[in-house]
Write a protein that binds this ligand. Structure first.
Ligand code: ATP
Ligand code: MG
Length: 898
């Protein structure tokens, strides 16, 4: 494509930079009554999706009718990640893993015509795209949309293209809300006119705006019926609009990404403009993925082999790999992380707060990967040492996928050894992986779950009275008995009950739901009269509180009045743990790191659990200081202050918010003056003195970069001490020792045990040697060689090596000895294999290391060593006989001809 004339035609004052485009979009819709809302986290609340893949995802519960709409209209710029587009990155001009989706949403408010008119006005008047460069698509059967484009907006009929269901009908799942879409495309070559318009031709067209008209509900039989509440969901790719307005050849050359490409190019010492296609692709991949990994870590993801962590790891490794392809041989991720933060922190100030965490994770993960690359090189060397005919597709793919070896690199090394790579096999393995990725690229499932959801969906929010009262007269507004909605339920039934208002806390914000009793009925009926329901948990469905329990006496009907009474002692214990959790977070910030952020928490009656982002374990000394600090705050008897205030004011006052959480405009702030201030809806003690005592029970890692502390507070400390005490007492009795003597006694016992085990090993080895002596006579003559393959259990690797070496010495220079067995006959999960070759055998080209490494693969392992003597391990003892047979056959085959 030549330099675009659009550039000069663009009137002054039009948005051009990424920031200007984002602002112009949000301003436009804000001026038209939309509430401007912040981007939600890339880590969605929705457990059915790994990452936020579209601007609509955070509003899914609203579209489903499960949550109140935040406003009738909203507009956002949403961070998104689509891993299903990963292979397109750098290859097409328009696909990214990380991108921003600008959206305007109507929740049962305006609909099709208004959405289309605004989209057109924004596109042509605010962004200034000439109508003669625009083409729109509509769903094949959506005559209404086609008519609006033609008659209301005035688009020439030949510029309205009808597309099929696959392209222009949106559905979240097999059932639920769905509807037709309409997209706006930019035409880079309007001079080609109306002939042969193909919207798939991305040389000529790019889709930049998609409008979804949610107007139907699809039932299980596939029948569409009109929705009562119709919604609008739209998405415009920020990078794509930037590319159009900046007149550059692809999204990567926009100001949203190009600075990263330049940074990478300068690290590699090359010039982007002069670079070849492959180098350009690598630079684009680096530019794209750098933004993705920075935002992912910024939103609390750490690298791992699962789920989101794995996505992060893959992206990170691709950056390193492409860096190597460009010739960067120093670690460089931190440099790119810095550049990415610098590029995006204006729009996403949170990145600034998370800077240390982001750069730390990049550094750790890069060095981990460099080690893996080294291991991959060794694996490849082993593969080659086994002298295969060629490198299989599966091996090449493993090198690519696990060790980050580009196929070209494997091919190159193979070629040096006169080998080829099974390219078709590699492609097949790759395709399989792609299919897996596609299956994982999940759609948003909007299907309702069960009876309770349906009941709750029709109810108003429950009024929570439990901050001020523990007992409250309430009215039953809905009942589910034994899993089905009911008007009445009787003694013995499991029930779920919704009240109009309740003093019971509903599980949320980490705190468990309250327990207690509902009682009611005719007071005149005497003690035997009224109903009693025992409540053993309370959950929330949207903002409806659902009490779970069992009717113990009498019966209950919708409309009945009950007295709802919370179990005070349980509540008090939960409260102590909740306030203690806040103190714990504050203490960790003071003692360990001010940037510590919560990753999850559980506040229970008998304990608390607090997960937080931290790249290293908290030391024993730090734990002690945390405990001292908290118990000091408890002794200081701070009175808590709980206030409601506007979110912005709370943040400005320094209140700690849970990362990635969505908050209402007015929030509840729990303040332990001078110590901790958090946004929190939970219940708390009135004064820290009520907590009594605080004790940390354990500190551990739950995932890479996430630590967990478990602790007890209040009366729970006593139960904890009693349990510990019982253990100590029992140990004392068994060891016949006073508590203070237990540790030295156990240490002595352990030493004794170690000495005995050592003795046992050496006895076994002696035995093996003795056995081996007798084996020499069983060696088989093959050509001029002496082959001995035997199983010896109960001997460790060292013992087997000694035996093999001695046998080989006795059998002379033609010796080929293989010994293998289970060091612990009771544990088939550990196999040891040893090979010892004499000098004549070595002269044939056989090497003990490569040979035994190949055999070990049969028992699920690997290993190697020197050509004369080598040891390998495995995990599958059941296949040992097969491995021994294979070893003998192979030696016979190799040596017979030699
Ligand atoms: P395409 O067919 O080009 O992959 P799509 O149909 O998958 O696009 P939608 O799901 O409709 O796109 O998303 C709405 C808008 O988000 C698109 O019009 C586009 O501007 C933007 N978008 C979607 N996927 C990407 C991506 N991988 N990178 C950049 N922008 C994207
Ligand atoms: Mg797509």
């Amino acid at each position: 494509m030549t330099a675009s004339p659009r550039r000069s035609e663009r009137p002054v004052g039009r948005p051009r930079s990424g920031d200007e485009i984002r602002a112009a979009f949000l301003d436009f819709y804000e001026q038209r009554g939309h509430r401007r809302m912040a981007s939600a986290s890339l880590v969605p609340d929705d457990p059915t999706v790994l990452l936020t893949i579209a601007g609509m995802l955070p509003f899914k519960p609203v579209f489903l009718g499960q949550a109140e709409r935040p406003a009738a209209r909203a507009t956002t710029s949403q961070k998104c990640i689509r891993t299903n587009d990963i292979e397109n990155v750098g290859r097409t001009a328009r696909h990214h893993t990380y991108f921003e989706m600008l959206g305007n949403f109507s929740f049962g408010d305006y609909f099709k015509e208004q959405a289309i008119r605004w989209a057109w006005e924004l596109t042509t008047e605010v962004f200034g795209l000439p109508p003669e460069s625009l083409v729109v698509s509509v769903f094949r059967e959506d005559d209404e949309a086609a008519a609006i484009w033609r008659d209301v907006v005035g688009v020439a009929p030949w510029r309205i293209v009808r597309l099929d269901e696959a392209d222009n009908f949106w559905a979240s799942g097999p059932t639920g809300p769905c509807g037709p879409c309409s997209e706006i495309y930019f035409d880079f070559h309007p001079e080609r006119g109306r002939e042969g318009i193909d919207l798939e031709d991305d040389e000529r067209f790019i889709e930049f705006y998609n409008l979804v008209f949610m107007q139907f509900n699809r039932d299980a039989a596939g029948t569409l019926s009109p929705l009562e509440q119709r919604h609008i969901d739209t998405g415009m790719g920020l990078e794509r609009m930037a590319r159009i307005l900046q007149g550059v050849e692809n999204n990567y050359e926009t100001d949203l990404i190009f600075p990263l490409i330049e940074r990478a190019a300068s690290l590699a010492g090359i010039d982007y403009a002069a670079a070849g296609e492959r180098q350009k692709t690598s630079l684009k991949v680096i530019g794209d993925h750098s933004r993705a990994v920075t935002q992912l870590i910024g939103d609390g993801v750490t690298a791992s082999n699962l789920g989101r962590g794995y996505i992060l790891r893959r992206l990170l490794r691709r950056v390193v790999r492409h860096g190597r392809l460009l010739g960067i041989d120093e670690p460089f991720l931190v440099r790119l992380g810095e550049a990415s933060i610098e590029l995006m922190e204006k729009a996403y100030p949170r990145l600034r707060d998370r800077r240390d965490a982001i750069l730390g994770e990049l550094e750790r993960e890069e060095s981990r990967f460099l080690e893996t690359l080294d291991r991959g090189e060794k694996l490849l060397a082993e593969v080659l040492a086994a002298r295969p005919e060629r490198i299989s597709g599966a091996q090449a793919f493993e090198l690519y996928d696990t060790y980050g070896f580009p196929l070209e690199l494997t091919e190159e090394i193979a070629e040096e050894h006169g080998l080829t790579v099974d390219l078709a096999g590699f492609e097949a393995a790759m395709e399989e992986q792609r299919q897996r990725a596609k299956a994982a690229a999940v759609s948003v499932d909007l299907t309702l779950r069960d009876a309770l959801d349906r009941v709750a969906a029709d109810l108003e929010a429950t009024r929570f009275r439990g901050y001020e009262a523990l007992e409250h007269p309430s009215c039953v507004v809905a009942l589910v008995a034994d899993g089905a909605p009911a008007e009445r339920a009787a003694a013995g039934q499991e029930v779920q009950i919704v009240l109009d208002s309740t003093p019971f806390y509903g599980e949320g914000g980490g705190q468990v739901g309250d327990r207690g009793i509902f009682s009611g009925g005719d007071p005149g009926a005497g003690a035997e009269g009224g109903v009693i329901v025992r409540i053993d948990g309370v959950s929330r469905n949207r903002s409806v509180f659902v009490h779970h329990g069992r009717i113990e006496r009498g019966s209950l009907a919708v409309g009945d009045l009950v007295s709802a009474r919370v179990d005070r002692s349980c509540r008090r214990r939960a409260q102590a743990h909740h306030t203690a959790t806040h103190l714990l977070q504050a203490a960790l910030k003071q003692v360990v790191d001010p940037s510590i952020a919560q990753a999850g928490s559980l506040v229970d009656f008998d304990r608390l659990r607090f997960d937080f982002h931290c790249p290293r374990p908290v030391s024993a000394a730090e734990i002690e200081r945390v405990e001292l600090l908290i118990n000091g705050w408890i002794a200081d008897a701070h009175a808590l202050e709980v206030r409601e205030m506007e979110l912005e004011r709370a943040r400005a006052a320094g209140a700690v918010a849970m990362f990635g959480e969505k908050y209402d405009d007015v929030v509840r702030v729990v303040d332990v003056p001078g110590v901790s201030m958090e946004l929190c809806g939970g219940t708390h003690v009135a004064n820290t003195a009520e907590i009594g005592l605080f004790k940390i029970v354990s500190e551990s890692g739950v995932a890479a970069g996430i630590r967990r502390i478990e602790a007890v507070a209040g009366p729970a400390v006593l139960s904890f001490l009693n349990e510990r005490d019982a253990v100590v007492r029992e140990l004392g009795e068994r060891l016949k020792a006073q508590p203070a003597e237990i540790v030295p006694r156990v240490t002595a016992l352990q030493e004794e045990l170690r000495a005995t085990a050592k003795e046992l090993t050496s006895v076994r080895a002696d035995l093996a040697l003795a056995k081996a002596e007798s084996l020499a006579g069983q060696a088989e003559s093959v050509g001029g060689f002496r082959v001995l393959v035997e199983r010896l259990d109960g001997v460790d690797g060292g013992g087997l090596q000694t035996a093999a070496r001695q046998l080989a010495d006795r059998l002379g220079e033609g010796a080929a000895v293989v010994l293998a067995g289970l060091p612990d006959p009771a544990d088939p999960g550990k196999v040891v294999l040893v090979a010892a070759f004499g000098s004549a055998v070595l002269a044939t080209g056989l090497k003990a290391g490569a040979f035994i490494g190949g055999i070990a693969r049969i028992v699920g392992g690997g290993g190697g060593g020197r050509p004369q003597l080598a040891q390998a391990g495995g995990r599958d003892g059941a296949r040992l006989p097969e491995a021994l047979r294979e070893a003998a056959d192979l030696l016979r085959r190799e040596l017979r001809g030699a």
